[in-house]
Design a protein around this ligand. Sequence first.
Ligand code: ATP
Length: 361
Amino acid sequence: MRTITLKNVSKTFYDKSRKLTPVLAIKDFNLRVDDGEAVVLLGPSGCGKTTLLRLIAGLDDPDAGEIYYNDIPLDAIPIEERGIGMVFQNYVLIPHWESRKTVGFFLRLRDREQEVPAHVNTVAKITGVDIESLMGRFPRHLSGGEKQRVSIARAFARDLELLLFDEPFANLDAKFRSQARVELKRLIQEFNVTLVYVTHDQVEAMSVADRIVVINAGRIVQSGPYHALHDDPDSLFVAQFLGTPTINTFWGRVSDGAWDGSYMGRVALPRPQRDGSEIIVGIRPEFIKICDAGAGIPATIERVIPFYAEKYTLLEVWLRKRRWRIQVPLHEFFQPGETVHCLLDWSRALFFNAQSGERIR
Ligand code: ATP
């Protein structure tokens, strides 16, 4: 049983390279993670994800606010009773310890070394390889991916209640990475472990999370399941951060009650806006269809980029003097320079205040 609560948590660093300029890494952060929930902290580089994970782990102290495990203040719980398994980006393995010693540390202290092989087996399942062969080696004799496997094994080889993972699969081969996420998800459900998982990769977030918390500049900008964030973003930031290929966005002004982008024509707004207001309209690449000549708007293909794993082709086209991204099925073939005709589904358009980035619904 493990819940985590963050109440008004803030953390500031002082940048030594810039005359101790304060860097407000986490700002007034509130979050509740339920027992057995898998929460992914997703955001761009430098948004504060690792800082947040370190605070939740008790490795750093917040400057303001409180952190609770099961509604008990974190600093009132002795470290050995916190039940945390951690995997950080740089995996911090002790250089003069063989993997076996690293993985077995927690259980050996409790005279339960005989349980280590079962945990090693668990990790072999997650990462899809036999890690027994790594057990007799020192960190300097391990590749990046192998170090990552050892640190995952260490995280699991204890009485687990909470897993804190910071990009744990970054060094695994792409083939193993997707398998590892699925297996991790299965195991945390099986063992009823609470998971907080940091990544900047939305595909990773999608496959691991019950709930995604999108962070920008140290604050939560939106949280929910992937499809809700993707289909119904509250802000331009979330609309642009989630979804591949990236949403098409165009700037325009309100005139006579409609959005008006030069060369783009006029588009009805979801609710009335002041004339002259600046609004960004967004259309996802999947809502543009190639149709027969005569039916749609002509566009010239500039680039054709197949994404075999994702099973689509991205076309970059010039349409009404703007560059657009269009997603088409992989089996349809196009050439750069070719003219195609496009149908734009404006009923799926999203509108954002150009100044604040807030969604207009
Ligand atoms: P990434 O995805 O690149 O790992 P992140 O979202 O995990 O980034 P953090 O590592 O939490 O981001 O950093 C948040 C901010 O705090 C950044 O601006 C970073 O430069 C700053 N920061 C983090 N640690 C320190 C530190 N020890 N001293 C000074 N600044 C720091």
